[in-house]
Design a binder for this molecule. Structure first.
Ligand SMILES: [Zn+2]
Length: 333
């Protein structure tokens, strides 16, 4: 249920208000194009993304890929209706062998990547950086609830491709996803570099389920001479899909273009309703207490092996926080 005050219709006729010209960073903006049975979410990330990527000082290509994974996570995880956790992970054989983004509802994000610097070459796209393996999405709603995990094979394609594959195979909801990550330099800022990102997820959710039939992404390897069965896609979905395909990366990350203006630009002919933005922040959930509890769960020998220069030092892979313990505090006999 969405309260009346939290939604605004932006359309030429029956205009409630003009689209806000004020860009809002670090937020997900849900929207609806009722005339086309489309629902979606638009993410804009500025300081939160910059905070996560800068702490790790990733090479630009790795930062961009992790940024894409973060945007995708916000688009998928922000629909969680309860205090839950959405975790997106990739495990692959490419130069970036592991990515994890942990979204804790309603607004907390943290993430890191593992990569082999020696295998990074200029100009590698996200599919090449990932290589082959899989993408896992886990929804965890707490200790009393069952965990849900969705898996998609990664085969040299981008994270956008993987998301499309997931929605086609697992959810069977016509879905389009756009992800964009860029670096911004502002001369007014002494040329300081900042990461920005944006993304959009759009789904076709008609009341009559038979309207949601989709053409297969891959024609498959049917023997020659087999009659090819063509599925006529619904006109509303064809229109929505073609509109989102016109969105350029620069529009998704432009710090001077508000999310509302971008949605209006895309859907003004049909009318678009926007809901209250959901704010996002970069915040790790690690703590000295949690690290200490983790150390105590290790076997005594493993704990003893961690002592170096008469101390035990643990670095959080998500946020690079360093926790230092004496051997006694770490439970070493
Ligand atoms: Zn941390």
């Amino acid at each position: 249920m969405v309260s009346q005050s939290s939604q605004t219709r932006i359309s030429p006729e029956g205009l409630v208000r003009a689209p806000s010209a004020v860009p809002v960073d670090d937020a997900v903006l849900p929207f609806e194009v009722a005339a086309l049975d489309l629902r979606g979410r638009l993410t804009r990330l500025g300081p939160a993304l910059d905070d996560i990527l800068t702490k790790h000082d990733y090479p630009p290509a790795v930062g961009k890929l992790l940024g894409e994974a973060i945007v995708l996570t916000t688009l998928l995880g922000s629909s969680l209706k309860f205090e839950g956790r959405f975790i997106l992970q990739t495990q692959t054989d490419g130069p970036v062998s592991f990515l994890i983004v942990d979204f804790k509802a309603p607004d907390r994000l943290r993430a890191y990547a593992r990569y082999d610097a020696a295998r990074l070459v200029d100009g590698q796209d996200s599919g090449t950086l990932l290589g082959k393996g899989h993408l896992a999405m886990t929804i965890d709603q707490g200790p009393d609830m069952s965990r849900y995990q969705g898996l998609v094979a990664l085969d040299g394609g981008s994270l956008e491709d993987a998301a499309h594959e997931y929605f086609l195979r697992s959810e069977q909801i016509p879905t389009r996803v756009r992800l964009a990550v860029g670096e911004e330099w502002r001369s007014s800022d002494g040329g300081k570099h900042r990461w920005r990102a944006g993304g959009m997820l759009m789904q076709f959710l008609p009341k009559a389920p038979e309207r949601a039939r989709q053409a297969d992404l891959h024609p498959g390897d049917a023997p020659e001479g087999t009659l090819h069965h063509t599925i006529e896609e619904d006109d509303a979905w064809v229109e929505g899909r073609s509109l989102i395909s016109t969105v350029e990366d620069i529009e998704l990350i432009d710090p001077d273009l508000s999310g509302e203006r971008l949605l209006y630009r895309l859907f003004h002919e049909r009318g678009v309703r926007v809901f209250s933005p959901q704010p996002l922040q970069a915040q790790c959930s690690c703590s000295r207490g949690a690290v200490s509890a983790m150390l105590k769960s290790f076997a005594p020998k493993d704990r003893a092996d961690m002592v170096q220069d008469d101390k035990v030092v643990v670095t959080c892979e998500f946020c690079s926080s360093v926790y230092q313990f004496t051997p006694h505090e770490a439970g070493v006999e």
